[in-house]
Design a protein around this ligand. Sequence first.
Ligand SMILES: Cc1cc2nc3c(=O)[nH]c(=O)nc-3n(C[C@H](O)[C@H](O)[C@H](O)COP(=O)(O)OP(=O)(O)OC[C@H]3O[C@@H](n4cnc5c(N)ncnc54)[C@H](O)[C@@H]3O)c2cc1C
Length: 413
Amino acid sequence: MNQQIAIVGAGIIGMSAARALQRAGTAVTVYDPEEPGAVCSFGNAGNIAIDHVRPLARLDVLATVPRMLADPLAPLCLKFAGLPHAWPWLWRAAVAARPAQERRGTRALGALLGAARAAWDDEIKLSGLESLFHTEGALVVYEKAGSLAATAADAAILREHGVRVDMLSADEINQRVPGLAQQAAGGRFYPDAAHTVDPRGIVTHLAERFVAEGGTIRREKVTGFLLAEGRVAGVQTAQRAETVDAVVLATGLASRPLAEQLGARTPISGERGYHVVLENGPPLDLSVTFAERGFIATPMNMGVRLAGTVELGAGTAPDWRRAEALLHHMRALYGRSDLREASRWTGDRPTLPDYLPMLGASPLARNAVFAFGHQHIGLTLAAITGRLVRDLVLERPVEIDLRACRTDRFGRV
Ligand SMILES: Cc1cc2nc3c(=O)[nH]c(=O)nc-3n(C[C@H](O)[C@H](O)[C@H](O)COP(=O)(O)OP(=O)(O)OC[C@H]3O[C@@H](n4cnc5c(N)ncnc54)[C@H](O)[C@@H]3O)c2cc1C
């Protein structure tokens, strides 16, 4: 009989895992009270960001905390009111930022990201996603010569971890990003990066293929697990209890209660970001990061999407001034006060303090696999995560060393 697998969460991570396990011949049911891709996976910048090998838990980033507190519109900001709540997470981030830990984190992310693009290329073919991806690379623009020069060490670290980085002159940037009001200082091109023209559309499409090929999606929230003899024997929702052979926790930011029930201390926190879609954006053919301003402009089906910014310690109410700041930046960059907003969105990235996902068997039950905490790169890592989850669930050897992503690394409960 087919193994019965429950996947909790229908974001980009859960649906990628669902497709990989379905192709491996298991019977998969996905649980989520929301529509597939309706939460964090809805509104990201759409970048297959293979360059993000350096965890943000770093001393140079933590050194900016005083500035983060002072400027509520800075690309990285820490809400003063949220400080007491954010403090334990920040403390753990500081521990993870020690140089040896940072190097370990960089190696772990480097290994995952090194496999990310090829995994997406496979998934694109297997799930027929060609029309949703552009695979010609991504650009980074530096406006100031000083900040460009200061990134030489960063480029060296990226290359050491296998990321191809081409440096571009001011003229090359101006040719590739036409219409900028000021001459840029220069930039970078990542030939192996890519972008999607519809982040939510990818999840929807994966969900449709999953159902068309025999998978089940239940619009139900999982409230707990039935545990027996060190294994998860079933999943519990308000409507039913279902017997399973294995379970995958792909619940993003909401993972903590279920992960703790399965024995792992889970200090996950939301890093709030925003996007604005332009009604009349400039012509772009690649995604472009504006380094000093800390946001990405990506050409999508619905218009040019401006996305980014990190808000730590955010309350429940969005600070829409941070979305408006994206529009102001774009107007300034292009000298176009006529740029208009078509829509806006906010979402919270699911981030653990060391900026590594939890990927592995839970401390309490070997047949419960965690796949959450993908921070700024959940879209990028979704296809490789799906493949790793498949192998973890089927207890096959995994292709990447996942020790740094262990589920008990913050302790057990
Ligand atoms: C502004 C912004 C820009 C970004 N840009 C990029 C980018 O360019 N590239 C990139 O790679 N990443 C980017 N990201 C990050 C990326 O969007 C996330 O890492 C990714 O969406 C996380 O996916 P997920 O499936 O883990 O979480 P989610 O999409 O949040 O999915 C989790 C799902 O679990 C469900 N769930 C929770 N609890 C339960 C329960 N008890 N029972 C059943 N279901 C449950 C939720 O309803 C939800 O649907 C960006 C994020 C933001 C905010």
